[in-house]
Design a protein around this ligand. Structure first.
Ligand SMILES: [Zn+2]
Length: 442
């Protein structure tokens, strides 16, 4: 066991839009190893009330620092690290001119390995301790990222990107030589083999990953839905309703479905642990479909602003009550930093389509990128499942050590904060990787 003395931020177990953050100015976080060999939180609270219960536990004194839950990034693409900041007119030309050419390089295992190492470094540098990431359509890229995450103890969910049409031929799923399966069947067999190799190993989870409906045939989506039924514990990740051209394309390809979103439901791909990136242009029936199926939205505000895709409707999501959390969506997103993502979410809620003048308060923003995102992923400890994104007893000990003095302006502004909201908002607006002094996992 060991303990950390600093200011501490965590969240009440009750979840939802009415977020309750806890703050302890002079706090103590006590962590220890559980039966599975993972470090978990034993106790959190004020130093004076807890220290007598742990007289023999060594204490790391982190004066002037803040401990906070590690961030949860619900949607990111590790093969797109090099694509960040690429100029394009919108989603479809951006895919064609930058993203697809880069993803082709992940056919090479060595390329995938070095990219995975840089990617995990960058997550940790920015305080991200749980990530749900796309890989490329090459199984080598999936193995490379899982291997790296396993050795670094990152809680990571990824999977083989499924696409059997409407993309460059080098990126389409391939049939194995000398095998009777066609490329679509092979992609499903490969996905199942990867589930068996990686899902539940260490802190890893598998996600069945149709890229988005337009790049998948009916047969591939149907097969993905059958896998999702066979492995209810495995995640599903995809994209939906990001951009109006994309929606028109999806509607033309799947005219029998009521909407783009319901295409996924029609193939058995909406259920708890299904995460859909963007969910910008949904109608009210779609919102209810999200709620009734237990699927979650990954809200990607820096990406949506960068590509001009639109504004996520926070008010609509809360009104209907479906699950969502924040995500970077690098390389469409412009930063690995959760602070940049939270600030962009604030802009989107302020300026978005609802025009209700809704403003996200800083505690709610922070919750959406930690405990709220973990809840949306099904990693909130219910049913004995792993618990991340918070610092309550029983949570895996994933946390960041923040230095509010990291820059002259941060030091000046945070010292003026009169309450928790002012302190958190100063960090949301002014923070980046410099604020994250250490990232500690499990
Ligand atoms: Zn994406």
């Amino acid at each position: 066991m060991q303990a950390y003395r600093a200011s501490i931020l965590w969240f009440a177990p009750s979840q939802g839009p009415k977020v309750c953050a806890h703050w302890e100015d002079d706090g103590l976080l006590v962590v220890g190893t559980n039966a599975a060999g993972v470090q978990v939180v034993h106790a959190v609270g004020s130093y004076s009330s807890l220290i007598e219960d742990y007289p023999l536990v060594p204490v790391n004194h982190l004066h002037g620092r803040i401990l906070a839950p590690g961030f949860v990034d619900m949607h990111i693409h590790y093969p797109q690290t090099n694509v960040i900041g690429s100029p394009a007119d919108g989603l479809l030309p951006w895919l064609e001119n930058y993203t697809f050419p880069e993803e082709k390089r992940f056919a090479e295992p060595e390329y995938s390995t070095q990219a995975a190492r840089f990617f995990v470094d960058e997550l940790f540098r920015n305080g991200v301790t749980t990530a749900m990431s796309f890989a490329s359509s090459h199984h080598q890229s999936v193995d490379a990222l899982f291997n790296e995450a396993l050795s670094r103890r990152l809680r990571l969910i990824t999977g083989l990107c499924l696409m059997d049409r409407n993309a460059p031929s080098e990126l389409l799923n391939r049939a194995a030589p000398g095998n009777h399966l066609d490329s679509t069947e092979q992609s499903l067999v490969d996905s199942e083999a990867l589930i068996q190799r990686w899902h539940g190993r260490g802190r890893l989870g598998y996600a069945i990953t149709p890229r988005f409906a337009p790049t998948c045939s009916d047969a591939q989506l149907r097969g993905a839905g059958q896998l999702a039924e066979k492995y209810p514990d495995v995640w599903i990740q995809s994209h939906v309703a990001e951009n109006k051209h994309e929606i028109a394309w999806a509607r033309a390809l799947f005219p029998a479905s009521r909407s783009y979103l319901s295409t996924y439901a029609d193939f058995g791909l909406m259920r708890p642990r299904a995460v859909y990136a963007h969910c910008i242009h949904l109608d009210e029936d779609d919102r209810y479909l999200m709620r009734e199926t237990g699927a979650a939205a990954a809200v990607c505000p820096t990406s949506n602003l960068f590509l001009g895709s639109g504004f996520f409707d926070f008010e609509g999501a809360d009104r209907v009550g479906y699950k969502y959390g924040l995500a970077s969506d690098v390389g469409g997103g412009t930063s690995f930093s959760p602070f940049h993502t939270m600030l962009a979410a604030y802009y989107v809620a302020r300026e978005g389509q609802t025009k209700t003048g809704l403003s996200l308060n800083p505690q709610h923003l922070w919750w959406q990128h930690t405990a709220g995102a973990a809840q949306a992923l099904g990693l909130d400890g219910t049913g004995g499942k792993p618990w991340v994104g918070n610092l309550l007893p029983g949570c895996e000990a994933d946390f960041v050590v923040l230095n509010p003095q990291a820059t002259p302006l941060l030091a000046r502004k945070t010292s003026l904060a009169a309450n928790l909201d002012e302190l958190l908002f100063a960090m949301v607006v002014l923070g980046d990787d410099r604020l994250v002094e250490q990232t500690i996992v499990a």
